[in-house]
Design a binder for this molecule. Structure first.
Ligand code: UFG
Length: 342
């Protein structure tokens, strides 16, 4: 059983990836300092993988503590690096927090990979690297645009750091995964999105309105040049996204990579508008949401969705779930997650 270190493995996408890796025969351990995840998420993961999940409560900016994980686990074959701050508005307010954490984390993890002979790295990147692109759908060769916020810039810089490292170390292999809009949760409702910090993403806002934690929500902008005036996004179910990581690990371990730094877009390949997402939620879950139509939000792009042919053809990954599956599982999770904070 190949051992995989998942940094940020008790967070949203990380926890789902630990479960998917285990389901596919890998031994996944994690490093998560619970700065934006609940300690009890370990129990949720454990109940799904039928054993006690091993997590190192480590801040990866601490090199000594990070190194201890690698020392204690000389059999790590690949690292999936999720651990990062992820909120666009927060990054605008506090850029130093983002640069310090997201870059130092990555540098420490790569330094440890080098020192301990771990030759495979999968990096959580984002469609944010493309900026406000006019080229739709976005392919992996669409050039980086001007980053809209410090968060996006940390992802652009992270990718560049990895590319430089790969050039200097031809034996080292990386896969950069650019996520579009991850949403939804594991079908069991035992794990799901549960940040400690205030969430600003659309789908969890829908569930928070539905359950009454928020009185109402606003659709940010209805005058975009799209089919109904609201923004278009490529919502990808978190379980499909998690499985793409398993595929990426297999791709590297089976040496199927084309270069030692391959890039893939991870989306469904189709755009859904904000109003369509709200309608899907109301229809599938039989709930009316209290929302109003409002002004545009600063920094939003009108439309972005992925060309997914490369990830389908080279990674052998095809997402199976759609927006209905996303809003249903997100609502199931919202109604089940109170045990996390009890
Ligand atoms: N939205 C609303 N009302 C809300 C919240 C969101 O209308 O209360 C809209 C936004 O304006 C946007 C869409 O829903 O049009 C999606 O917004 P999210 O905040 O859920 O996601 P973003 O598309 O802004 O963010 C995603 C990723 C980021 C990445 C960014 C780059 O989650 O990691 O794309 O474009 F940086």
């Amino acid at each position: 059983m190949s051992k995989i270190l998942v940094t940020g493995g008790c967070g949203y996408i990380g926890s789902h990836t630990v479960v998917d890796l285990t389901d596919h025969g890998f031994n996944a351990i994690s490093a998560d300092d619970f700065s934006n995840s609940h300690q009890k998420m370990v129990d949720g993961i454990s109940s799904l993988i039928n054993k006690k999940h091993v997590n190192y409560e480590v801040n990866l900016c601490d090199m000594e503590a990070t190194e201890r994980i690698f020392k204690e686990n000389p059999d790590i074959e690949a690292v999936i690096h999720f651990a990062a701050h992820i909120y666009v508005p927060e990054s605008v307010e506090n850029p130093i927090k983002y640069y310090r954490n997201n870059l130092n984390n990555l540098l420490n993890v790569m330094e440890c990979c080098k020192r301990y002979g771990v030759d495979n790295l999968i990096f959580s990147s984002s469609c944010a690297v493309y900026g406000n692109t006019k080229e739709l759908p976005v392919t992996e060769s669409t050039p980086f645009g001007e980053a809209e916020c410090p968060y996006a810039r940390t992802k652009q810089m992270g990718e560049q750091i990895i590319r430089d490292f790969c050039l200097a170390n031809p034996k080292f292999n990386a896969v950069l995964l650019r996520y579009f809009n991850p949403a939804g949760s594991h079908e069991s409702s035992k794990i799901g999105e549960a940040p400690i910090l205030e969430n600003t993403h659309l789908v969890p806002i829908l569930t928070e309105v539905a359950i009454g934690h928020r009185k109402s929500m606003t659709v940010f902008g209805t005058d975009y040049p799209t089919r109904d005036g609201s923004c278009v996004r490529d919502f990808i179910h978190v379980m499909d996204l998690a499985h793409a990581h398993t595929k990426a690990v297999e791709y590297l371990l089976q040496k199927k990579n084309e270069t030692n730094c391959d890039v893939f877009n991870l989306g469904i390949g189709d755009g859904v508008t904000v109003l369509e997402a709200i309608n899907a939620f109301e229809k599938i879950n039989g709930i009316k949401l209290n929302y109003s139509l409002g002004e545009r939000r600063a920094g939003d792009v009108a439309a972005i969705y992925a060309d997914t042919s490369k990830s389908k053809n080279k990674l052998g990954w095809t997402p199976k779930r759609n927006i209905e599956d996303i809003v249903k599982s997100a609502w199931d999770w919202e109604r089940n997650k109170s045990w996390l904070t009890e």
